[in-house]
Structures are given as structure tokens and as C-alpha cells.
Design a protein. Structure first.
Lengths: 865, 106
């Protein structure tokens, strides 16, 4: 370890120099005094003695310097000197410094942000202990997907699995229910998670206060005890320190809070997050109606591989669900982190890579300009014995200062971007040492890239050439000009490619926005109420009716209808049946909706043939209305009116009408075959109540409270939440909007950088050609000619860049194909528009240098030098 | 006055400091006296050697009082310096006996 101490000693010798120098001088002085004293003892006079002592000692400065050499690190001192020198030099050129820092901050910031997002996607932070043993158990029928939506039907299946499977250390299920939480006298819907006894334990949850559930809580539980989420405790109860032991009024009954979960607890991704946890005990009666929508997570026993567990679980067959023989699948929980955005991530990474390349080439170009501008100074340094290595070191120090500062600013920019990216990528970001290290590494890399070119040029600069070369001499500058022209072309090309991507996304987004939804979402509000389970059907139907009537009386409401499916709420239902007399079709699938007769008029869905449900009442023979897509798909050209559907035990339903297609889930998907049935027609599901309200205008801020109060009066057990259909419809293209905005920001930055790059190169070229231009003017060239020649040069470069960029875009935008909607990745309008945009910007960037060229005073230009 | 063989100065300094802390002048004096005035250490090589050995951690230094109450920088042998002294001494023994062999039997 002695080399470490030696190193530190030397570092101290380099840094704490002044104090050490003083000590050394004192030591030398004392030595000389002692020598002199000895001489006096030997009989010399005091003056003579001192003189002899000095002579004997020799040159004190040389000795001190030798001593200093022994105890310091040259390179640290040299580096500090370079750094100081670089700082001085940069302060003298504030314009250059600020421009460089801004360029590098953009480049490094954007890149480190995206690299960090990538890091979080590849190595997500999973907030559970031993996450590798956690699996999601799902019987979703998305068999092909590596991460099927995590739901599990039937509590009976779950119970069977839990009792017989040997692979799990714990298997927990959770079921979401919305309930009214009454604090004071205001009801507000709360997300309640009914959890089985293992659920919290499987996820390794711990209590912040009080306790979690104990086995006794689950026996025949109706949820008498509750555990709160940390956020719920803070938000709804103001972090009340005495919350444990208090009663809360939830879902029409009073329950005792026994504990609060630790702050770090999160539900697994795609699980319905709950604020309040209640102990679940499944009632013995379970089946398709009322349906149980569970989410199941299991912890494998130590040493049991997922494949083994899967093989065991796959033996289960559940006969309950006809036509759906999906066996339970075990999906590793970590797979759910950061999924579904991979495509997007690669698009962003590519875009940011382009931006980074533009920023670097821009910075390198500026650095080159600066180096060339200083070649006289550097030449003199060389002539005075400075080595090329020393000069290169100076350049490195300068660019290191710039790129580290740029990196620091970039770090702030990227920090800000995480808050935007978190929800989109469904990830938690941590701002940690690794993030810092990534930015630092990027800064150093950038520094190397940026000084590479000027330093290489320095290597082959011959001393005499450098000293002889005046501002006006050409020769070498021609090669230099080509290099800088190359930079311009590259920047323009990259900017064009980025702009094309952003343009395609924007066009695709506009088309998505304009998609015909089959109904008009404006001024419509979805009111969803979640009801206690096991409500008698009669009560449920009365409640639905009553609720509709109450809603119609609220101010501003024009119309209200019952509808189990609220479009774009993310909830949809599907059913399988047969068509009477069409055995060749076997099972046909519909996504279906249960509505009251007002549905079609309230939502504005046109009735194309036959009739709707007007004038019908409970007890009438069963009927159905299908949409146009279903009519086309299942009945072709023949009329579906009067045909009958066979629903096995629910009887045979007559099709009485055909209505327009409604997009319920996604703007992208073609409408699927849909079926509507009157809400009273069996089978009736009683857990959920949805109403759609048509208003005269978008609802005011107090509308929600009003609806809640009204609903509370109708039935206090009903927890009501509202959504505006326009918001729902907008949310369905959130990802696309985000992608578009990110690409637009990146390409706008790229455009600005490219513009700066072109401007800098042209301005520099004009400054260099000042003498030549002056000479031409003196020989009779018109200012307009000079201007044209500068413009032609700049626009020529830009045009080459545009051509290259369009070529690149042609090849690259196909990676956007999966996110584009009804837009060709070679959309000609976008390509042409981008080409014109870039040329216009280039023209703008060349304008000032061209003006300068035209206004050169020949006398002055010739007198220079 | 004999010239000092290069590389032996470190050994001599370490040996002299083995007896106790000393300042730079004292080290030179002690070597001079112990060698019966045959060796005279030049200040120009003594001080760089001291600083080098300090950097290597063989000796330490601190400010203290010299024999006549003067403020002086005193050099002390460190633990590592003691070890170093042993190896240097061994090296020197081997080297000198080898040289003697050559001089006497060649």
C-alpha cells in the first residue's frame, strides 16, 4: 500500500506547495547558519564564515527545486496549469464558450437521459425482495404474448391451485373494489384491494405502523379490519399518528385500521393498485356470474425453477369456461417492468444518437475553428519549445472544461426528463451514482471526440508553415474547408433524418386524432359506480333506473343512458355464441354491451337497419342489436334482422337491429363485431353500474361532487367516479402523443444545431476569404455576385446534406412503422416538407455571412495584414 | 576526501537516523565524524535524498528543537525505513564482499 501513501504525499506536495516551499527555505537557511557557526568556531570572521558557508552550500534555488521534484507529481501540476490556462482562454472568448457549453449540454444531456432510461429498462428497479422467485399467475388467453395481461378468473380455480400446487411458497390473490370512504360527511371513492392471506407476504410487504393481517383476520372475513397504504394514510388521513386502532367508514360499514404499509410498498405492475387493503375470504359460491376478476402473484419455493412449477400448474384443467381452455401460465414478475415500450425506446435511442452526433460534429467544428484561429499563437508556442504534446494537452484541458460543464448542465436537463419518462415507460428512475457515472463517461467521450480532429490536424502542421501562414494564405485552408464542409453535410443530413421521423409521427398522430370513433365524445361523461357484490338483480335494475333518472335531473344534463361499457375506459367484455341455422360458423365472438334503450340516441350511434330497444321492458322476449362490422362479418349481404343467436342456457335471441360501429378500446383497431342487449335481459351482472351522460357543455368543476352526492343519496354503498369521454379518447393516444412530442423536441434541437453549424462554417469561410473577396470587389465584382457565390456555396452544402438525409430517412423511418398509423414511412409530403424546411433554415443561416461578404470594403480588406 | 559511491548515501542516512532523530545539518556532520572525516556529504545531494526518502515513506519529518534550542526540521526513521535499512545493509555486505573477492583474487 506504500505506493498509495507515496501518491498522496506527492499530491499534497503538488497542491499544498506554498507552505512546503516556505518550510524548505527555512530548513536551508538554518543549515547555512549552522555551517557559518562552525566556520566561526574554526576561527573565521562572521562575514567570512557566512560567505564560506554559502559557497559550500551551492545554489540554494537549484537544490530546492531538486527537492521539490522529489516530492510532487508533475502531471498534476501540469494539468492544473493547463486547466488554469484553459479557463483563462475560455473566459476571453465568452461567445465561443457559451455556444460550446450549450451544444454539449444538449448533446450530453439528451444522450445520458436516454441511456439512463435504457438502463432502467434493462435493469429495472423491482421493489420486492428476491424478485426472481416471483411469478404472475394468469389464465389470460393471450397465449402468444410473453407478458399477457395479468388477470385470473374464478376464485374456485385459485383455491384449487393454492391447495394442490407444491411449487409455491406462497400464492396470493387480490381483487379490486371501489368503495365509498366517508371522512367527515363527504363520500369519496376509494380503491380497495381485497387480498388473500398470502398476498402481502408474498410481496414481502412490511408495516410502517401497527401490523399487517394475521390468519385470524381471514376466517369468514367481511373486512372488519383494514390496512392502509402509506399514500392513503398521508393524503386522506393527513398522516394521523394515531390512525392504528381507529375506525374508518368504508363501503357502508365501519372497519378498524390495524396497520399502515411501509412507504416503499407498491403493487406489481398492471395490478390494480389499492389504497386500502381488506382481508378476502372467498365465499363458497363462485362462478362466471358474478365474475371474479383476480390478479394472482406467487412466490416459488426456494430451488423450484419456473419451468417445473409451470409443468405442474399446467396439469390443471378448468371446465368452467366454455370455449376458453386457457391453462394457468406463470410469467416471471420482472418481465412486466418496462415492457411494451421497447420499440419506442429504440426509436428514441436512435433519435438521440443523431442529436448527439450533430452536437459533437458541431462542437468539433467550432473547436477546429478556434484552433485554426489560434494557429499563430500555437505556432509561436511550438517555436518557443513547447511540444506538440503540450499543446494537445491544452486543447484537451479546454475541451474537458467545456464538456464537463456541458455534462453538468445536461445532467440537470436529463433529470428533468425522467419525471416525464417515468409514467410512459412504466418504470421507476433512480438518480444515482451510476447515472452520474454515465454522464461523466459521456462527457469524457465527448471531449475526446471533439478534440480529435483539431489535434490530428495539429500533428501534421509544420512549424514553418504555421508561422509563415498569414490570415489570407490559402493552401492548407482548402483542405480545412473540405473538412468543415463535411461537418455541415453530416449535420444537415442527420437533422433531415430526424425531422423526417418527427414529421411522420406528427402526421400519423393527426390521422389518429381524426379517426371516426363512431360517436362524438364531446360533452359526454361516463359515470361508473361499483356496487357491493351479491346485490339482488331486481334491486340492481331499480338502482340503474333510479340513477339514470337522478342524473337527468342534474343541471346541464341533457340525457343519460345506462351502458356497461364506457368507450375508452379500458374496460370491455366479450361473449361467445352460435347463430341459429348457421352451423358452419361454429362459435362466433362478439364484444358486447348491456345498455338501456336511450343508449343509441344519447351517444349518437346511428341505427342503420331495424330498430333499437325503445319501448321495451323487462320480461320481453330476448333480443339483440349488432353493429355493422358484425353484420358484414357473419351475415354478408343477407339481412341479419330476424336471425337468431343461440346462447345455450340463456335462450335464443332475435336480432332486431343493426347500428353503426363504435370504437371502444383503441383508435387503431378496426371495430370488432359488437352486440348490444337490453340491460335487464339475463344474464344480469350486478357488480358494476355504468351510466353515460350527455350534457349541454363539458361539465364544470363542481359536477363531479354533485354526481357523488346524488349517488350517495340513491345508495350509499355505491362508489362513483367520473370520466370525460373526450379525456378517455385522448388518453388512448397518450403514448403516440408523447412519442411525437419527444421526437419534435429532439428534431427541433437538431435543426437549431444544424443551423448554428452552417452559420458558423459560412461566417468563418467569409472571414477567411475576406482578402480574396475584397480583391474581387476591387477588380469589379458586384456585391450581389459575391453574395450569390457565398449563398451558392452554403446552399450547395445544405442540398447535399438534404439529399443524404432523405436517403437515410428512407431507410430508417421503417423502424417507425410499428408506431405509425395509416402513414407510410416514406410519406412523400413529409419528405418534401422537411427538405424545404431545412433548405429554408440553411438559407437563413447563410444570409448573414453572405451579407457580410457583400458589404466588404475592398480598401480595408486589402490593407489587412 | 573520498567520493561517495552512488546509492550508498541512502544507506548511510538510514544508518545514522537509526540512532535517533536528527536535522539535515546533523546528518551530514554525523556521517563526516563517523567516517573519521573521510566522507563529506554535499548538501546538493543530501537534501534531495532526504525528500526522496520521505516521499517513499522510509523517513518522516517534523519540526522540533535542535540541541541549542533552535527550531529545526528533524528526520526520523520510520518502521518501513528500518526494514529498508536491513535490506540495504545486506545488499551492501554482499556487494562489498564481492568487490573484495575481485580485488584480492583477480
Amino acid at each position: 500500500m506504500s505506493w498509495i501513501r507515496q501518491f498522496l504525499f506527492k499530491v499534497w506536495g503538488s497542491v499544498g506547495k506554498e507552505g512546503l516551499d516556505a518550510e524548505m527555505s527555512e530548513e536551508v537557511r538554518m543549515h547555512i547558519e549552522l555551517l557559518a557557526e562552525r566556520n566561526v568556531r574554526n576561527g573565521m570572521s562572521p562575514e567570512e564564515a557566512l560567505y564560506a558557508a554559502r559557497r559550500r552550500f551551492g545554489g540554494t534555488d537549484q537544490i530546492e527545486e531538486k527537492c521539490r521534484d522529489e516530492r510532487r507529481l508533475h502531471w498534476i501540476e501540469n494539468f492544473m496549469r493547463d486547466l488554469r490556462f484553459a479557463l483563462r482562454g475560455l473566459c476571453r472568448k465568452p461567445g465561443f464558450t457559451v455556444a460550446m457549453m450549450a451544444i454539449l449540454a444538449i448533446g450530453i444531456g439528451a444522450t445520458s437521459a436516454i441511456v439512463n432510461i435504457g438502463r432502467a429498462i434493462v435493469f429495472p428497479v423491482i421493489p420486492f425482495p428476491e424478485p426472481d422467485r416471483l411469478v404472475i399467475v394468469t389464465d389470460s388467453n393471450e397465449q402468444a404474448s410473453p407478458t399477457p395481461y395479468p388477470f385470473f378468473t374464478f376464485s374456485s380455480r385459485f383455491e384449487a391451485l393454492r391447495e394442490t400446487s407444491k411449487s409455491f411458497a406462497g400464492l396470493g390473490a387480490v381483487r379490486l373494489e371501489s368503495m365509498n370512504l366517508v371522512i367527515g360527511d363527504t363520500p369519496a371513492p376509494a380503491q380497495v384491494n381485497w387480498v388473500t392471506d398470502d398476498f402481502l407476504g408474498v410481496l414481502g410487504a412490511v408495516a410502517e405502523r401497527g401490523r399487517l393481517f394475521v390468519p385470524g383476520d381471514f376466517k369468514g372475513s367481511s373486512g372488519d379490519v383494514a390496512v392502509l397504504d402509506w399514500v392513503c394514510w398521508q393524503r386522506r388521513f393527513g398522516g394521523d399518528p394515531g390512525i392504528v386502532g381507529k375506525d374508518i367508514f368504508l363501503g357502508g360499514k365501519s372497519r378498524t385500521v390495524v396497520g399502515v404499509l411501509a412507504k416503499a410498498f407498491r403493487s406489481p405492475p398492471f395490478f390494480a393498485p389499492g389504497e386500502i387493503f381488506l382481508p378476502e375470504s372467498f365465499s363458497p359460491k363462485s362462478g362466471l356470474w358474478p365474475f371474479r376478476w383476480l390478479q394472482v402473484v406467487g412466490r416459488l419455493r426456494k430451488g423450484i425453477a419456473r419451468d417445473t412449477a409451470q409443468a405442474e400448474t399446467g396439469m390443471f384443467r378448468f371446465p368452467e369456461l366454455k370455449g376458453q381452455d386457457a391453462k394457468p401460465r406463470l410469467v416471471p414478475l420482472p418481465a412486466y417492468y418496462g415492457i411494451g415500450r421497447d420499440n419506442l425506446f429504440w426509436v428514441f435511442l436512435g433519435a438521440v444518437g443523431f442529436l448527439y452526433a450533430i452536437a459533437c460534429s458541431n462542437a468539433a467544428s467550432l473547436m477546429l475553428t478556434r484552433t485554426v484561429g489560434r494557429r499563430r499563437e500555437l505556432g509561436i508556442r511550438l517555436a518557443m519549445g513547447g511540444s506538440r504534446w503540450q499543446i494537445a494537452r491544452l486543447l484537451v484541458a479546454e475541451s474537458l472544461v467545456l464538456s464537463l460543464t456541458g455534462g453538468a448542465i445536461g445532467l440537470l436537463l436529463s433529470w428533468w426528463s425522467y419525471s416525464a419518462a417515468g409514467p410512459i415507460f412504466n418504470l421507476q428512475f433512480s438518480f444515482d451514482l451510476a447515472a452520474l457515472a454515465i454522464t461523466l463517461a459521456l462527457s469524457v467521450l465527448t471531449c475526446c471526440v471533439v478534440v480529435l480532429v483539431p489535434t490530428l490536424r495539429l500533428q501534421n502542421a509544420r512549424l514553418s508553415e504555421v508561422l509563415n501562414e498569414g490570415a489570407g494564405s490559402l493552401g492548407d485552408s482548402r483542405r480545412l474547408g473540405r473538412l468543415r464542409a463535411g461537418f455541415v453535410v453530416v449535420q444537415a443530413a442527420l437533422a433531415v433524418a430526424l425531422l423526417c421521423g418527427a414529421g411522420m409521427m406528427a402526421r400519423s398522430f393527426l390521422r389518429l386524432q381524426k379517426v371516426n370513433l363512431g360517436f362524438d365524445p364531446t360533452n359526454k361523461v361516463g359515470v361508473s359506480g361499483i356496487l357491493p357484490e351479491n346485490m339482488p338483480q331486481k334491486d340492481y335494475l331499480q338502482l340503474a333506473d333510479r340513477m339514470r333518472e337522478v342524473l337527468c335531473t342534474l343541471p346541464g344534463v341533457k340525457d343519460a343512458t345506462f351502458s356497461v361499457v364506457v368507450p375508452f375506459s379500458g374496460f370491455a367484455m366479450s361473449m361467445v355464441c352460435k347463430i341459429v341455422g348457421r352451423p358452419e360458423l361454429k362459435d362466433v365472438t362478439f364484444s358486447y354491451n348491456k345498455v338501456s334503450p336511450e343508449y343509441f340516441s344519447t351517444l349518437g350511434v346511428p341505427i342503420l337497419a331495424g330498430r333499437g330497444f325503445e319501448g321495451m321492458k323487462a320480461g320481453d322476449p330476448p333480443v339483440a342489436v349488432i353493429n355493422r362490422a358484425a353484420a358484414r362479418k357473419y351475415f354478408g349481404d343477407s339481412s341479419p334482422i330476424g336471425q337468431r343467436l343461440d346462447l345455450d342456457k340463456d335462450g335464443k335471441w332475435e336480432i332486431v337491429g343493426v347500428v353503426g360501429d363504435v370504437k371502444e378500446m383503441s383508435r387503431r383497431m378496426e371495430p370488432s363485431p359488437q352486440l348490444y342487449m337490453p340491460l335487464w335481459q339475463p344474464p344480469v351482472s350486478t357488480g358494476l353500474l355504468f351510466e353515460l351522460v350527455r350534457m349541454a357543455a363539458e361539465p364544470g368543476p363542481d359536477f363531479e361532487a354533485r354526481v357523488r352526492r346524488a349517488a350517495y343519496e340513491v345508495d350509499p354503498r355505491m362508489a362513483v367516479s367520473l370520466s370525460r369521454l373526450t379525456n378517455n379518447a385522448d388518453d388512448s393516444i397518450k403514448t403516440e402523443r408523447y412519442t411525437m412530442v419527444v421526437l419534435q423536441v429532439l428534431s427541433a434541437l437538431a435543426l437549431i444545431l444544424a443551423m448554428l453549424g452552417i452559420f458558423a462554417v459560412m461566417a468563418f469561410a467569409v472571414a477567411q476569404r475576406q482578402r480574396e473577396l475584397g480583391l474581387r470587389m476591387a477588380l469589379g465584382a458586384a456585391p450581389a455576385d459575391l453574395m450569390r457565390s457565398v449563398l451558392a456555396r452554403g446552399m450547395g452544402l445544405a442540398a447535399v446534406g438534404v439529399a443524404v438525409g432523405l436517403g437515410a430517412a428512407w431507410g430508417l423511418t421503417r423502424f417507425l412503422q410499428s408506431v405509425l398509423f395509416e402513414t407510410s414511412p416514406h410519406d412523400p409530403t413529409t419528405l418534401v416538407a422537411v427538405a424545404f424546411l431545412l433548405l429554408a433554415v440553411a438559407l437563413l443561416a447563410c444570409w448573414l455571412p453572405a451579407r457580410r461578404a457583400a458589404s466588404i470594403d475592398p480598401i480595408q480588406a486589402l490593407r489587412m495584414e | 576526501m573520498a567520493e561517495l559511491l552512488s546509492g550508498t548515501l541512502d544507506l548511510l542516512v538510514l544508518r545514522v537516523l537509526y540512532a535517533g532523530p536528527l536535522h539535515g545539518f546533523g546528518i551530514g556532520e554525523r556521517i563526516h565524524v563517523l567516517s573519521k572525516e573521510a566522507l563529506d556529504v554535499e548538501e546538493g545531494s543530501l537534501y534531495p535524498a532526504l525528500y526522496r526518502m520521505e516521499a517513499k515513506g522510509w523517513i518522516g519529518s517534523e519540526w522540533g528543537q535542535s540541541e541549542r534550542g533552535r527550531r529545526a526540521r528533524l528526520y526520523v526513521l520510520t518502521k518501513e525505513g528500518r526494514k529498508r535499512l536491513e535490506t540495504e545493509r545486506e545488499n551492501w555486505k554482499q556487494l562489498s564482499s564481492a568487490i573484495r573477492e575481485i580485488l584480492e583474487n583477480a
